[in-house]
Write a protein that binds this ligand. Structure first.
Ligand code: GUN
Ligand code: ZN
Length: 435
């Protein structure tokens, strides 16, 4: 992973090009078999049929052949400190947090440890084609500094925040309502809007925050211009019952956040599996985004997300890897798990819907759909280049297949990181696969 060089020569990438054009409808897309995307001054300046796009004289032309150029992928929910927690055996949510996750997160008081983890995480994420992630750090401000420093060095559009937890966690992870507020406020001042960084106020989930802490988190969201909120909701039945005991006055888990002014535009909640119709309506009415984390939901045995219901209701939805409850930073593994969960809900998630969630749909959930997730003039120049024939099996499967839907579906089911040929961010190549 390379940092951005100083010189900004325009780039023209030629290849197959796919971009969605409507934040809600995956059927509205442009696909050029022989397309071209021009990157200039960190933005896309032109896109279209190769012959019709004017390429600046100074541009370096990169011929991607039959590769597919897409907007960079969006991961709407992930924990960078949990890279060493992936594949932890035999527990469901609460036991998994206590046995594996909290001991690992405690190590992030050490900024050197946090820096190493942030570098590894971002390198892996780019190797999987992701260019924008909504990221949980740990309770330590050092973990946020480490993450944003590295994201900014590479030139990435990233969202992240310090986890707020003032109860039901080990002492070495515990803050207070006051220290959490003050540290978050200082981090917002330091990082929000610096380069491409965006700050997310991050109460971990209702059980690990006192009402006082949720109160100040809501106040901070209301008083800070343009910042985000991220948390977890309705993931696991035991967790939901625990929340009902802790907050008996609330009508539901989502309503706890509602009562503390933590729902609204730019708020992202992971999971939302066990929602009532009232919860779904509350998410839509308050403009709250829900992030579906399918590999995590299967791995932790949390439940089967109701994509069709939430999507039909008009909810802002993204896909998340949720590493390390999630088992992979692969967009293909994530889309495949979303497809499989939808099958259990008697709904077939189309390949266009899956790639839309990963790009423009996800950007809508992150309120960034005017900046990333689409290949169109004025958008930020974040792209992913896919080798559509990355393995012998995929090559074999695609013999005599020419529909774009079938080509994309084969990638979802069969591809892995070998399919990510290159990743561009802010107009530069930030990852290239060694062939
Ligand atoms: N709920 C609270 N914290 C976490 C976490 O780290 N991962 C998941 N999957 N759910 C959570
Ligand atoms: Zn999570």
């Amino acid at each position: 992973m390379s940092a951005n060089p100083d010189i900004k020569a325009p780039l023209a990438l030629k290849g197959r090009v796919l971009t969605f054009n409507d934040v809600r409808d995956p059927g509205q897309y442009d696909y050029w078999e022989k397309g071209c995307v021009v990157l200039e001054n960190s933005h896309i300046s032109a896109v279209g049929e190769a012959g019709a796009v004017a390429i600046p004289d100074a541009a370096k032309v990169i011929d991607c052949g039959d590769d597919l150029i897409l907007p960079g992928f969006i991961d709407g929910h992930v924990h960078y400190p949990q890279m060493s927690v992936i594949a932890s055996y035999g527990a469901k949510l609460i036991d998994w947090l206590n046995a594996y996750t909290f001991p690992e997160e405690a190590k992030f008081s050490d900024e050197t440890y946090a820096k190493t983890a942030a570098k590894l995480f971002l390198a892996e994420s780019l190797r999987n084609g992701y260019t924008t992630n909504a990221v949980f750090c740990t309770t330590h401000p050092e973990s946020v500094d480490a993450f944003f420093t590295e994201a900014e060095r590479v030139g990435l559009r990233m969202m992240a925040g310090k986890v707020l937890m003032d109860r039901h966690v080990p002492d070495n992870l515990c803050d207070t309502a006051r220290s959490g507020y003050e540290q978050s406020k200082a981090l917002i001042k330091k990082w929000h809007g610096k380069g491409r960084n965006l700050y997310a106020i991050t109460p971990r989930f209702a059980p690990t925050s006192t009402p006082e802490q949720l109160e100040v988190a809501g106040a901070l969201y209301r008083e800070s211009d343009g910042v985000y909120v991220q948390s977890h909701v309705s993931e696991n039945i035991d967790e939901i019952n625990w929340v009902a005991e802790l907050f008996p006055e609330a009508d539901s888990y989502l309503d706890v956040y509602n009562r503390f002014n933590l729902l609204g535009p730019r708020t992202l909640y992971g999971h939302g599996i066990h929602f009532s119709d009232t919860d779904i309506a509350m998410a839509v009415e308050t403009d709250t985004s829900i992030v579906h984390c399918p590999t995590s939901n299967l791995f932790l045995g949390s439940g089967l997300f109701e994509y069709e219901k939430l999507n039909n209701a008009g909810a802002r939805l993204a896909l998340g890897t949720d590493v390390g409850g999630g088992t992979s930073l692969s967009p293909f593994a994530t889309m495949k798990a979303a497809y499989e969960i939808a099958q259990f809900r008697d709904y077939s998630l189309s390949p266009f819907a899956a790639f839309h969630l990963l790009t423009l749909g996800g950007a809508r959930a992150l309120h960034l759909d005017d900046k990333v997730g689409r290949l169109a003039p004025g958008y930020e120049a974040d792209l992913t280049v896919l080798n559509l024939n990355s393995t012998d099996l995929i090559h074999h499967r695609l013999q005599n297949v020419d529909s774009l839907a079938d080509i994309l579906f084969a990638q979802i089911v069969l591809a892995d990181d070998r399919a990510i040929r290159a990743t561009y961010a802010n107009g530069f190549e930030v990852y290239k696969r060694d062939e």
